[in-house]
Design a protein around this ligand. Structure first.
Ligand code: TRP
Length: 332
């Protein structure tokens, strides 16, 4: 029996190459060995996305993006969180086992309070209960499907630990292995993908390269990467160049060595380095973009794929929920 991997994808914006190397590729690699359950966390996105057209568009874009990147819905259970109503009943049960103090310690909530304090605002200004209870909904997503591992970025590890705490509380209360205790799996070897300004690529820094940018925009963004003032003739250190760090993600070992040599020899300007980068990025991403465009042009097909995934996922969710309902005395 294969072990189970589960992760959630929050549809809050267009996918960028940081998502591709940091989340999509590692998750698809994991899906070769694990029984994978990957879902779109649309109710998590509702906490921040209040424009209905935008939310609907993000959901389809993110689904099309993962499909274009190679997610095979025959092999990976791929569904929308909102299509699994058992999630929300489980959330209610979990609430009874989650101390408020645990939620007070959640990094995302604490950061939001901190920001308010710095702005001399009410500590809870702009914070909705969805944000405050975010880790409980996430625990329900996880615990419903009995995963062994939950592949996540570092920022989500605390949430997985909270899911462990909550599940342990339930198992302790009812003296049994009612819920499986999941483990967070952080992809250790994933390099931080640098953004256009050299900081980590992130939507919140506004320094991203969209995964499906049209060729012209892609070239323009790459040409905008910030560099130092070293002249063409000067030898350059590849390891401290974010152009080279990006290049490494897309190029073969031989290409990497050849370009590093050119950097060190001098005679290569930043403009040439950017052109080399553009070539390898374009080579890898253009087939992906073509697939994405074909998929997004047929929203009905995306919806069908997700609905079929949900139909396969629901019986699994019902089994966990029924076990728990019986344990707590809600259903006989
Ligand atoms: N919170 C995750 C994020 O922001 C998304 C998510 C929701 C998730 N539910 C999950 C991840 C369950 C792993 C497991 O990226």
């Amino acid at each position: 029996m294969k072990k189970i991997a589960l992760t959630g994808i929050k549809p809050t914006g267009i996918l960028h190459i940081g998502n591709y190397f940091g989340a999509i590729k590692p998750a698809l690699r994991l899906a070769r060995e694990y029984d994978a359950r990957y879902f779109i966390a649309d109710y998590h996105a509702l906490n921040t996305v209040k424009d209905p057209q935008m939310l609907a568009a993000h959901i389809r874009e993110v689904a099309a993006g993962w499909l274009a990147a190679g997610l095979n819905p025959e092999e990976v259970l791929f569904y929308r969180q909102s299509a699994i109503p058992e999630t929300f009943e489980l959330t209610t049960i979990l609430m009874a086992f989650t101390s408020k103090g645990l939620m007070n310690r959640a990094h995302a909530y604490k950061a939001a309070v901190q920001e308010n304090l710095e702005n001399h605002a009410d500590p809870d200004a702009g914070i909705n209960m969805g944000l405050f209870t975010y880790p409980v909904l996430m625990a329900a997503d996880i615990l419903l499907f009995n995963p062994d591992v939950v592949p996540v970025g570092k920022d989500q590890v605390q949430h997985v630990e909270m899911a462990q705490d909550i599940a342990q509380g339930i198992n302790f209360t009812y003296s049994g292995e009612i819920l499986k205790i999941p483990q967070a799996a952080v992809q250790a070897e994933v390099a931080v993908v640098p953004g256009l300004d050299g900081q980590k690529m992130s939507k919140s820094y506004g320094n991203t390269i969209p995964l499906f940018a049209p060729e012209k925009q892609l070239r323009k963004l790459i040409m905008r990467i910030v560099t130092n003032s070293q002249g063409v003739e000067e030898p350059k250190d590849p390891e401290t160049s974010q152009i080279y760090r990006l290049y490494k993600l897309f190029a073969s070992a031989e290409e990497q060595q050849a370009l590093a040599k050119q950097y060190r020899e001098g005679g290569m300007g930043w403009g040439d380095a950017k052109e080399e980068l553009f070539q390898v990025v374009h080579r890898e991403l253009s087939p992906l973009r073509d697939r994405f465009e074909a998929i997004i042009a047929e929203p009905g097909t995306i919806d069908t794929i997700l609905a079929q995934g949900a139909a396969k996922a629901r019986p699994l969710a019902q089994a966990t929920l029924n076990r728990l309902r019986r344990a707590v005395g809600i259903a006989g």
